[in-house]
Design a protein around this ligand. Structure first.
Ligand SMILES: NC(=O)c1ccc[n+]([C@@H]2O[C@H](COP(=O)([O-])OP(=O)(O)OC[C@H]3O[C@@H](n4cnc5c(N)ncnc54)[C@H](O)[C@@H]3O)[C@@H](O)[C@H]2O)c1
Length: 304
C-alpha cells in the first residue's frame, strides 16, 4: 500500500517513514526541506523535494496514486505564527486544503492529519478530553484547528475519510531545537555544549511529553483504524519544566544552571491529554515512559 508522507524528512515524519517501512507499507516522501533534512529519509525511499503549496503537487498524486496520505508538513513554530500569521496560515491552512483537494480528486482512502494540543488553549490543571472546548491562543493553534474543520467538511461533502491526531509535546531523536515542543532537544543540546538553557516564567508550567516512536505508531495504526475520528495522542502525564530540567541535567550528569526569562506570549500553563479514546479505538498505547525516552534521546544527542 502506497502512503504519501508530507513532511517525511522532518522530526516526526521521518520516524513515521521508518515505521511504515518496518510495517510493510511503501512510503513516498514530499518535503520542501524547510526544516527537514534529506538525510532523515532512508536512501531507498522515494523522496520528492516539493512544497505542498506548489502546483506540482497534483502531478505527484496523478503519477503516484497514493492509497493513504499522512500529512505532517507544516510551519510548526508557535512563536513564528504570532510574528507571521499570514505565512503560518498559508503553509498550514492553504497547504492542507491543497492536499485535501488532491485526495478528493485521486480517491485517497485515508487522510491522517497531525494536529496539536495547541487547539485547546488554556485549561485548568486537568486531563483534557477531545470533547473539551476549543480555544486556541496562538495563530498556530488556529491554523491547526481550521485545518481540522476543512478535513471534516471534505469528508462530509466529498467523502474523504480521515483521522485527526492531536499530539501533546513530542520529543525524541532528530528533533530540531526550534519549534513547538522542542524544549527537550534544546535542554540536551545546550547542556551538552556547557551552555545554560532558558526557562520561561517560573518553570512550574506542565507539559505532557510523548515519545516520537509512540507518535509514529499512532499514525501507522490510523491507516486501518479510527476512521473519521479525532484522537488525543499523549501520555496523560504532567511534568513541569523545572522537573524536566532536573531530569535532563541529572541524566547528562552535568550541573549547569538555567537562566530565568519572562513568560512567552502564546505559552499555555497546563497541558495534559486524556488518551482513553486512542487506547480504546486506535488500540494505541504509549510504550515509552519519560525516563526511557529521555535516555534514548540523550544517546542520540551524544552521538550526533
Ligand atoms: N513536535 C511536536 O511536539 C508537535 C506537537 C503537535 C503537533 N505537531 C505537528 O506534527 C507535524 C510534524 O512536526 P515536527 O515536529 O516533525 O516538525 P518538523 O519541522 O521537524 O517537520 C515538518 C516537516 O515539514 C516540512 N515542510 C514544512 N513546510 C512544508 C511545505 N510547505 N511543503 C513541504 N514540506 C514542508 C519540513 O521541511 C519538515 O521536514 C507538524 O504538522 C506539527 O504541527 C508537532
Amino acid at each position: 500500500m502506497k502512503v504519501l508522507v508530507t513532511g517525511g524528512a522532518g522530526f516526526i515524519g521521518s520516524h513515521v517513514v521508518d515505521l511504515l517501512i518496518q510495517s510493510g507499507y511503501e512510503p513516498i516522501v514530499v518535503d520542501n526541506l524547510m526544516s527537514g533534512k534529506r538525510d532523515n529519509v532512508p536512501p531507498n525511499v522515494r523522496f520528492i523535494d516539493v512544497d505542498i503549496s506548489s502546483p506540482q503537487l497534483e502531478d505527484i498524486f496523478a503519477k503516484e496514486k497514493p492509497d493513504v496520505v499522512i500529512h505532517l508538513a507544516a510551519q510548526v513554530d508557535v512563536a513564528y505564527s504570532i510574528q507571521n500569521p499570514v505565512e503560518d496560515a498559508t503553509q498550514n491552512i492553504l497547504g492542507t486544503i491543497r492536499l485535501l483537494t488532491c485526495c478528493h480528486k485521486y480517491n485517497v482512502k485515508k487522510f491522517i492529519f497531525s494536529s496539536s494540543c495547541a487547539v485547546y488553549g488554556e485549561k485548568d490543571d486537568c486531563s483534557i478530553k477531545e470533547t473539551f472546548p476549543i480555544l486556541p491562543q496562538s495563530f498556530y493553534g488556529i491554523s491547526k484547528y481550521t485545518s481540522e474543520m476543512y478535513i471534516q467538511i471534505f469528508n462530509i461533502l466529498h467523502n474523504v475519510p480521515f483521522t485527526i491526531l492531536r499530539y501533546a509535546n513530542v520529543y525524541g531523536p532528530r528533533q530540531s531545537s526550534k519549534g513547538e515542543g522542542g524544549v527537550i532537544s534544546i535542554f540536551f543540546k545546550k547542556v551538552l555544549n556547557g551552555e545554560s538553557p532558558f526557562i520561561y516564567g517560573d518553570g512550574e508550567q506542565t507539559r505532557d511529553f510523548v515519545y516520537v516512536k509512540d507518535v509514529a505508531l499512532a499514525n501507522v495504526l490510523a491507516i486501518e483504524k479510527g476512521t473519521n475520528e479525532i484522537f488525543n495522542i499523549g501520555c496523560n502525564s504532567k511534568t513541569s519544566i523545572n522537573e524536566l530540567y532536573q531530569m535532563t541535567t541529572s541524566l547528562a550528569s552535568l550541573n549547569i544552571p538555567s537562566i530565568s526569562m519572562p513568560v512567552r506570549k502564546g505559552d499555555i500553563r497546563y497541558s495534559r491529554l486524556d488518551n482513553t479514546k486512542a487506547i480504546n479505538l486506535l488500540s494505541w498505547n504509549p510504550v515509552y515512559e519519560l525516563q526511557a525516552g529521555l535516555n534514548e534521546t540523550l544517546k542520540y544527542y551524544k552521538s550526533s
